[in-house]
Write a protein that binds this ligand. Structure first.
Ligand code: PHE
Ligand code: FE
Length: 300
């Protein structure tokens, strides 16, 4: 799941992130309206999963996505992810969110809630800060088997939910949500969004057995998982909060740069301080291109 991030076009979204009954018209940097039926969403953008509406073909597509991805986790995905993937239940069906929430609630106090698709930043942050992870209801079309532009139910569940079973990561996600509400007030959402991108979506972790993926964008990607961990092409740099906040990212290609954490504890501790002075400092520094390399970078 990602928040709807757009600053370029006029939008029909209430700036407080409340669903005012109008469809969000923009997201990312494109002009397409987001998929999904926003008319059914509540004020906080959550809706019913409507599990009965999935067709046999939908379930089958989920199973094929799941199996392709599960088959390549070994040696590429971090242990915390691999250990928890079974919590999603049988790959034969798109999981029922309420059953999954019960397990998650017991493990870390999190729940998954259905949303029509991308939602505005404030609504997204608000859900995270209450330990609710928004999961898109719809599944991609068969012709999008290899690539889908917007997050669908497979990306959101397979990519994001397993690590929510990890207590440290679960706490990080909640802190991120609370930090997001604060960043909105301070006008610093873009800087904070880069942290989400380079950790929650595309993060790598250094382990005794080598680099592994923990970011949902790579773990749910057929091609980028292997690429991010093993290809010689991208650069892999040590986690550096301010460096990340300054670094733009690509939304339409594999990442030229991945940031590597040493542990989830490191990630949690490094992001615990008050970001307000950090946002101020970063605002005065030059932005960095996605592929840039600095002399101070710790290269893996
Ligand atoms: N410490 C951050 C702040 O004061 C909050 C935060 C924590 C943001 C974790 C992101 C991740 O804004
Ligand atoms: Fe995501």
């Amino acid at each position: 799941m990602a928040a709807l991030i757009d600053t370029t076009t006029e939008t029909a979204i209430d700036p407080r992130g409340v669903n005012s009954g109008v469809t969000p018209v923009t997201y990312g940097h494109g002009e397409r309206p987001p998929r999904g039926d926003y008319a059914q969403a509540r004020a906080d953008y959550t809706c019913e999963q409507d599990w009965a509406a999935y067709s046999a073909a939908d379930h089958d597509l989920y199973r094929r996505l799941y199996e392709r991805q599960a088959a390549q986790l070994r040696g590429l995905a971090c242990d915390e992810f691999v250990d928890a993937i079974g919590q999603l239940g049988s790959p034969a069906h798109i999981p029922r969110f309420d059953a999954l929430s019960e397990k998650l609630q017991r493990a870390t106090g999190w729940q998954v809630v259905a949303v029509p698709g991308l939602i505005p930043e404030e609504a997204f942050f608000s859900l995270l800060s209450r330990r609710r992870f928004p999961v898109t209801g719809w599944i991609r079309k068969p012709e999008e088997f290899d690539y889908v532009v917007e997050p669908d139910v497979f990306h959101d569940l397979f990519g994001h939910v397993p690590l929510l079973f990890n207590p440290m990561f679960a706490d990080y996600m909640q802190a991120y949500g609370a930090g997001g509400l604060k960043a909105s007030r301070l006008g610093s959402c873009e800087h904070l969004a880069r942290l989400y991108w380079y950790t929650v979506e595309f993060g790598l972790i250094d382990t005794p057995t080598g680099l592994r993926a923990y970011g949902a964008g790579i773990l749910s990607s057929a091609g980028e998982l292997r690429h991010s961990v093993t290809s010689r092409e991208p650069q892999r740099l040590g986690f550096d909060l301010e460096r990340i906040m300054r670094t733009r990212y690509k939304i339409d290609s594999y990442q030229p740069t991945y940031f590597v954490i040493d542990s989830f504890k490191q990630l949690f501790d490094a992001t615990a301080p008050d970001f307000e002075p950090i946002y101020q400092r970063v605002a005065g520094l030059q932005e960095l291109a996605a592929e840039e390399r600095l002399p101070t970078d710790r290269v893996f």
